[in-house]
Every structure is written in C-alpha cells, then in structure tokens.
Write a protein that binds this ligand. Sequence first.
Ligand code: ATR
Length: 281
Amino acid sequence: MKKLYAVIGNPIGHSMSPIMHNDLFSFYQIDASYLPFQIKSEDLKDAVDGFKAIGIGGFNVTVPHKTAIIPLLDEVDELAASIGAVNTVVNENGRLKGYNTDGPGFLKGLQAFMSGAASKKILLIGAGGAARAIYFTLAMEKPDAIDIANRTVAKAQSLIDDCPYSVKSEACTLDEAGRKLGEYDLVVQTTSIGMAPKIADQPLDLSNIKKHSHVCDIIYNPLETKLLQDASNRGANVQNGIDMFVYQGALAFEKWTGIFPDVERMRENVLKQLGGLHVNR
Ligand code: ATR
C-alpha cells in the first residue's frame, strides 16, 4: 500500500520539500507520496493523532511547530531534545519518534566543502532557532571555540548557557564580532538579515575578515546574499543555505527509507525550483 509522508507548518505553501521528496520516492521506486499540510497551532495535536491513526511513514515539521510538537510525540532523540526542536518525525512500529536533522544537515553540508568544524575557531551570527540547532551540533565536533554574535547579546548568552555539550564560547555584539573577525576560520550566518526582499542588508562589516576563511549563510533566497558577495570579494570561501536545506532533507529521507539519497540530484531539483521562483517574482 502507498505510504504517506508529509510536511506540516503554517504557512506551508512555499515549502520545496514536497517536490524534493516526491522526486526521490519516484527515483528510488518507493511507493510513497509526500504532501504539505497547513496546520494551525490549535490543531497540532489532532493532526499528530490523525497521522498516527492512518499509519503515516513519517513527516517533517516546520515553523511554527518545531518546539510545540515535542510533547505530542512518543519519543524524542537526545540531540533534538537538547535543541528543543524537532524537524523530522519517524513512525517506528506505530510510535512517533522526533529527530532534528537541521543541525546535522548543516554539518554534513559543511563537511562536503571543508574538513568540518574540529579545531576551528567559529563565529555564529544570530541566536534564534536555526542558530541553536547549528550551535549544539557544532559544539559536539570539538571546535577550538564557537563565539555567538547577536543583536540581543543576552539571547546569545542564554544559548551558550543552555548548551549541554562542552565548548569554549563568548557572547558579543555584532560590532564586536566585526572588530575581531580576523580570529575566525569559519563564520556561520543564521539570521534573516539579507533575505529577500531586503537583499541589500548585511549583519556585520567584513573589513577584518581572515583571508581563506569559510563563510556560510543559511539563507538561499537570494542564492548569494550581500554578506556572501562581500566575503567572496575579500578572498573568503563562501557557501549558501542550499546545502543545509538539501542535507537536512537527505538525512530525513534516510531515516524514513534507509537510503541516503543522491544529494546532487536534490540540489539540482531545488535550484530549478528557486530559479522558477526568481523568474516569477
Ligand atoms: P530562526 O528560528 O529562523 O533562527 P528566530 O528565532 O526568529 O528565527 O531568530 C532570528 C535571529 O535573527 C535572531 O538572532 C535575531 O536577533 P535578536 O535575537 O536580537 O532578535 C536575528 N535578527 C532578525 N532580524 C534582525 C535584524 N534586523 N538585525 C539584527 N538581528 C536580527
């Protein structure tokens, strides 16, 4: 019987996950469909119960349900529980188990470009939900340090205080981070600054950037943010948010099917969709 997979969020119409996963199901000849469902917060429990009742194979969870879903699941894995957010649910013999593939997806994307985070001095920009998943995941990779720069420094400090994995970290303002930018091997931008339509914005001044450092922006619309253009002009290696998106999806697909999918195929598919979006705007 055809299996159902899904993504739930509100809004959900923009999600590229259905096209990405349906293409993979057909490519690997798996009899399954992946559908988007717009679910209001007050309906979340009913939606989860309904999914369980129909024997769903698994589903992704996006804004605003990543944290609220946790008490509705039968089990949550350790990393997702410490991050406090679930983006992937797997139906394991009738029990719904939550995982977080956002942080690990970011790390896998990073490793496809460079040796990873071990022994690196890292600057994380932002202290929201995405920063939290990335910070906790990178903290386990034994980096030299991960400093967090945020408009609201107290939020960066709470993120540091919350992290269960031991890592050297300081919280600072965006201006302070700009002044000491020469110290960092890797800069990871996780805020919405520079996202379409406000593409002229940039979170910090890059005058002091270390040559040949690596700069990641988790934004993929536009494909090259002002920050990445600036970093590239100054001799840094740059990486946009497509990799994190594709690898979080690949890790979810692997949890559901046991197959780690062809990420190049996924990347091409996503880029094709984004290209369409740009043309249509
Ligand atoms: P997400 O879950 O996508 O990470 P979020 O939890 O709303 O989103 O977090 C947004 C992040 O972007 C925060 O670090 C936020 O800074 P504050 O903690 O000070 O609010 C940052 N951010 C968003 N817009 C910003 C802006 N215009 N200037 C500076 N930082 C901004």
